[in-house]
Design a protein around this ligand. Structure first.
Ligand SMILES: [Zn+2]
Length: 394
């Protein structure tokens, strides 16, 4: 069991008012150990930006970050492997039947339909495009081996450059990844939600950090912030739905009162897996938890000691109960296709400041999910780690 409590806004404000002092101490510490003037100058720039940003950060939990200070280079997509494999795409009506039949093992109340997507730019979803359809594919970037056992800091990915490389525009990219640590200053969760059309970026991506950034497990809070349009990087790993963001028919799933062991996404994925077997089906989209609470994790800054087992990762992550309404974006796939895929990965964000990596609801009696999903025609594997492991996949 995890006893960490989410930090309320007042507590976040108190933490942030102490943040400038912490940053100054951090500066002194890092200065002593700086190995060259390049790193030193970057730390100075980061501190100036943090101090400038801390005034507004103290006012609200979900604020925009307004300064970019890092010149960290993004991965050159002409120099990393790309591999695309087709996914099986059954008719939506067939998927509806499969889920109607199998989800009642996990939820007492289940409604599944194939219908026109509601306008997802509206509350509570607040996506950057109205729909999920139009040449939909799954994109998996990097992977846990770039985070564990020790971070590989060169794995920074500019998502707009990726869309350019894939020649995709208009393009909606939504899903779960690691946020741009060179911009934020520390490792963070990324809840990607960006739309590119005619060269313009609509940015709804959030990042969530542990607060204070060096707080020990058990006494930390968290802070969700929106990235500005010019900061379009992520890092290390990511699972995204790529589409044109168009309105169109999607699968709607409403599930209430959980009676089984699986979480909402696992229940859907396992239902599809049981029915379709070796025919690998992939989907992506968004779901909102309308009532109840969910267990999330938020990654703290990178571990200085190697994280070699799931137990190490579990001890490193910070866990929190997050409050409804909370929206999640991500992907699921029923097989690996030999691409070392992460079979499901959803991150959540909210207007009230809660957000992180979705594990499961902690209030099964109250659980009320509403999700919209589109089937993907293929999965695009980008910069697949040459050496892999199974740690940190939950
Ligand atoms: Zn995650």
């Amino acid at each position: 069991m995890y006893s960490e409590r989410s930090t309320n806004t007042k507590h976040i404000c108190e933490c942030l008012s102490a943040k400038i002092i912490f940053i100054h101490e951090s500066l002194l510490y890092r200065t002593i150990f700086a190995v060259n003037m390049y790193h030193f100058s970057r730390i100075i720039l980061f501190v100036v930006a943090c101090i400038a940003a801390s005034d507004s950060a103290a006012l609200v939990g979900d604020n925009n970050i307004t300064k970019s200070t890092s010149m960290e280079e993004s991965v050159d997509y002409t120099k990393v492997p790309f591999n695309e494999k087709p996914l099986y795409r059954p008719p939506l009506e067939e998927i509806v039947d499969v889920l109607r039949k199998r989800l009642p093992a996990t939820f007492e109340h289940v409604e599944v339909s194939a219908e026109e997507c509601p306008d997802l730019t509206q509350d509570p979803f607040n996506l950057t495009a109205p729909g999920l359809t139009g040449d939909a594919k799954l994109v998996e970037l990097g992977g846990p081996p770039y985070l564990l056992p020790l971070v590989q800091r060169d794995k920074v990915y500019d998502l707009v450059a990726l869309l350019r490389h894939l020649r995709r525009e208009p393009a909606l990219l939504v899903g779960a990844g690691a946020g741009p640590w060179p911009y934020v200053g520390v490792n963070c969760e990324g809840i990607v939600n960006l739309f590119v059309e005619r060269g313009r970026v609509a940015q709804g991506t959030r990042v969530v950090t542990v607060q204070p950034e060096d707080a020990p497990k058990g006494s930390a809070g968290y802070l969700q912030r929106v990235l500005p349009p010019h900061e379009t990087r992520s890092a290390l790993l990511g699972n995204y739905l790529l589409s044109e963001g168009k309105p169109g028919k999607v699968i709607k799933v409403v599930a209430k009162k959980r009676i089984g062991q699986s979480n909402f996404i696992t229940a859907i994925r396992e239902a599809l897996k049981e029915h379709y077997g070796d025919k690998v089906v992939g989907a992506g989209g968004a779901f909102v938890l309308r009532a109840g609470r969910v267990k999330h994790h938020v990654m703290p800054d990178f571990s200085a000691t190697p994280l070699r087992t799931d137990a190490h990762v579990d001890a490193w992550l910070h866990y929190f109960d997050m409050r409804a309404p909370i929206v999640h974006v991500g992907t699921l796939v029923t097989g690996d296709l030999g691409l070392d895929l992460r079979v499901q990965h959803f991150h959540g964000f909210s207007e009230h400041g809660d957000g992180g990596h979705y594990h499961y609801d902690t209030t099964p009696q109250e659980a009320h999910y509403e999700g919209y999903f589109t089937l993907a025609a293929s999965v695009v594997r980008v910069d697949q780690p040459a050496h892999t492991h199974s740690v940190g996949r939950d």
